[in-house]
Design a protein around this ligand. Structure first.
Ligand code: SAH
Ligand code: F3S
Length: 492
């Protein structure tokens, strides 16, 4: 999936951005020059939520340091940024085809500055320079905060071919320093993502993330809590804790001791204004009893868990180096259901892993049918260079993989539909977010299980309801991801 991220916050925050640039030790002479230039940046984002978060931060640092504004229109832009994903081959190939189009723009407008960030840049920095020598800046997920410097370097060395420039490529992993250089989060709406850790040390045999984002590194507890405090003060009610493997969180506390993920959940739930907590993504291996206990104790934790299982076959799980069995996964779900009977589940699946037999695939189908996920993401296995699985013999034909994926996705679609239909007649918690664009007599919000909920309201109630957690009695199925209902009560 490829999305273009537009960050309207920067559009109306130029003044604020310029003044905080001064606070960030830029000389006073510098800021007006940048403001006068009023450069515009266009960004495309591929891949996961982490990348969406990172794109936001790229816009923030350029807004803060250079007063840059965001544009939707590529023809209007002075800077083009591509935040890339290398989780599957298809995503990676898209990078080069898109860059081909950007090259034509740069031929017409040589002043255009092109930057490539994200996981493809991290893994393929040299290759990008060879295949796309017109790219000015190359940076990884861990060095996006250095974007202003890379931009200045590219500008200063404008007359030198990009491959001969100095200081315009940085795909290093400078520990967790990135967060120390990011501007204060600014907010629109009632939901926000907060990155609590970077990287992954699980080394699943198919996955490129540990190589592109580095090993797990947790942000110190106080930094995470201060960021959430500030977001809550700006009106955020729902926090989504972000990381490739959040239950590996090991944040340093002030006294030098270590805070684990379950404890972090307790701290976050105590922050005034935080009414709902989600997290993305966790791993079954560290889905420990203290996390299950948090579901028993913390009503702020949503009744929805995205816990990727990848396959329903023990043999495939072993080959994937997931380090747990299906029984362990089912056990965890059962324990969770004991404390949260209304829990909604979702998962990721990889279909057609090397050596996947018909029987293995049947196990995956059976698991999906048995657990009846609220929704799931499923992909055909994609061989990633440098990962252990890429060395495995793969005797499953692509046609078979495609047929299995189609069969599997039908099961997933059916259970998504069933789950949405099952909401009718129940009462569900909703965070009220906005007036419906096309039906202004309705308010829209999100239920715990991520379905959009619409309900009618009186104009006089609007300000009282926006940003509140309310109970809605569901009366009607609208679409697989949307239901309609009647307001019951305001909860918080
Ligand atoms: N931290 C998560 C996964 C993050 S990657 C976890 O614990 O599993 C997001 C998803 O991309 C994975 O869950 C997996 O389903 C998919 N994925 C990763 N590498 C892949 C590959 N080589 N081929 C196909 N899908 C892949
Ligand atoms: Fe990838 Fe496994 Fe980590 S899927 S992100 S290596 S948990």
């Amino acid at each position: 999936m490829s999305v273009t991220v537009f960050n309207p916050r920067l559009d109306d925050a130029t003044d604020e951005a310029t003044s905080s640039a001064a606070l960030n030790n830029l000389s006073v002479e510098q800021a007006p020059v940048h403001r006068a230039a009023n450069k515009k940046v266009f960004i495309t984002t591929q891949g996961c939520q982490m990348n969406v978060y990172d794109s936001d931060k790229m816009l923030d640092v350029l807004g803060d340091s250079h007063g840059m504004e965001v544009t939707h229109n590529i023809d209007d832009a002075d800077v083009l940024l591509m935040n890339t994903c290398s989780i599957r081959e298809k995503a990676q190939e898209k990078v080069f085809s898109e860059l081909g189009r950007w090259r034509k723009l740069k031929e017409k407008r040589p002043d255009l500055v092109i930057g490539v960030g994200g996981c493809v840049a991290s893994q393929e920095g040299d290759n990008i320079q060879k295949r796309a020598p017109y790219v000015d800046m190359i940076f990884g997920p861990q060095t996006l905060h250095r974007l202003p410097e890379l931009y200045d370097q590219s500008n200063e060395q404008r007359d030198i071919a990009p491959k001969n420039r100095i200081g315009t490529i940085d795909v290093s992993f400078p520990s967790i320093e990135k967060f120390d250089f990011l501007p204060e989060p600014r907010v629109e709406g009632y939901k926000a993502f907060v990155s609590i850790m970077e990287g992954c040390s699980k080394y699943c045999s198919f996955c490129v993330v540990p190589y592109t984002r580095g090993e797990e590194l947790s942000r110190p507890l106080d930094d995470v809590l201060a960021e959430i405090d500030s977001l809550a003060e700006q009106g955020v009610r729902e926090i989504n804790l972000l990381g490739q493997n959040v239950n590996g969180y090991r944040g340093q506390k002030d006294d030098g001791s270590i805070c684990r993920f379950a404890e972090l959940l307790h701290y976050v739930s105590h922050i005034d204004g935080v009414e709902r907590i989600r997290y993305t993504t966790s791993h079954p291996l560290e889905f420990t009893d203290d996390i299950i206990d948090a579901y028993a104790k913390l009503p702020e934790l949503v009744s929805h868990l995205h816990l990727p299982v990848q396959s329903g076959s023990n043999a495939i799980l072993a080959a994937m180096k997931r380090n747990h069995t299906i029984d362990v996964y089912i056990d965890q779900i059962n324990k969770l259901k004991a404390v949260r009977p209304d829990i909604h589940l979702s998962s990721d699946f990889i279909i057609g892993f090397p050596g996947e037999t018909d029987a293995d695939f049947q196990d995956t189908l059976n698991l999906a049918k048995a657990l009846n996920f609220d929704h799931s993401y499923s992909f055909i296995y994609s061989k990633r260079p440098g990962t252990p699985a890429s060395e495995l013999p793969d005797d499953v034909s692509f046609a078979t993989k495609k047929a299995r994926l189609a069969e599997f996705q039908q099961v997933i679609i059916d259970s998504t539909l069933q789950k949405t239909h099952e909401m009718v007649g129940t009462t569900t918690r909703v965070l009220v977010e906005q007036v419906a664009d096309r039906h202004p007599e309705y308010l829209l919000g999100t239920a715990d299980n991520t379905r959009t909920v619409m309900f009618p309201f009186e104009e006089a109630q609007k300000d009282e309801l926006l940003g509140k957690i309310v109970n809605v009695h569901i009366t009607e199925f609208v679409s697989p991801h949307m239901v309609k209902g009647e307001l019951v009560e305001v909860l918080a």
